[in-house]
Design a protein around this ligand. Structure first.
Ligand code: MG
Ligand code: ZN
Length: 214
């Protein structure tokens, strides 16, 4: 484990483990096929197109106090199909499109490594989520992971978050051909707006179940 991830499991030391209840809940969002229309190795910012209903869905999550974090595998960078400057431009455009809808992301985390890499950040590995939690003060087990591929759900399972598969992008295909060795997501929903509905209901249920934690 890299040195900078060493502190994730530390206890505060007073025996109350308040970190279980304090800190922000995050929604860790996949990018391609979840927020924006899936394109094979999206490399041009002009090709970035948000899926229907994404802005109001994110606004709703934000209104419920959730941190919004994008975690994206971009192996096209390692393969030379996407230049780092293009990726920067795509994410500037993403900030711009969301900003027009009044949405500010808390962060965008990228794994630029190839599928064969042994990096700690490529989903389903947990590196990007651990980094986001550390930088943003998030509580991963109280968080949600939304994506259209088994790797997204695998990440969510690795951090013991609540996992949601959307049917947009590759999601419908992922649902049909779910890998036998991987547990299924907690819920499968049509799209991000439906994911937001589910998350908001979950938050209400949790807060009813433990009023002391609010
Ligand atoms: Mg995706
Ligand atoms: Zn990586």
């Amino acid at each position: 484990m890299p040195a900078d991830f060493r502190h994730e499991q530390e206890e505060p030391g007073d025996g109350l483990r308040p970190h279980l209840w304090q800190g922000r809940r995050l929604v860790l969002l996949d990018r391609d096929g979840t927020l924006n229309v899936e394109r094979h190795y999206l490399a041009e910012a002009s090709q970035l197109e948000l899926l229907p209903g994404v802005i109001p869905a994110l606004r709703r999550l934000r209104e419920h106090g959730l941190g919004l974090v994008v975690v994206t595998n971009q192996s096209g960078v390692a393969r030379g199909l996407i230049q780092p400057a293009q990726l920067t431009a795509i994410h500037e455009r993403l900030h711009e499109l969301l900003g027009e809808g009044g949405i500010e992301l808390d962060g965008i985390y990228v794994c630029p490594h190839g599928a064969q890499s042994v990096c700690h950040c490529r989903k389903p590995r947990a590196g990007m989520a651990l980094q986001a939690a550390r930088e943003l003060g998030g509580i991963l087990s109280e968080s949600f992971v939304v994506g259209d591929k088994p790797a997204d759900i695998g990440l969510g399972q690795a951090i013991e978050a609540t996992t949601l598969l959307v049917r947009t992008g590759h999601g419908a295909e992922s649902e049909r051909n779910w890998p036998r060795e991987l547990p299924r997501p907690h819920v499968i929903v049509n799209d991000l707006p439906a994911a937001a509905d589910f998350i908001v209901r979950q938050l209400a249920d949790r807060d009813r179940a433990r009023p002391w934690a609010v």
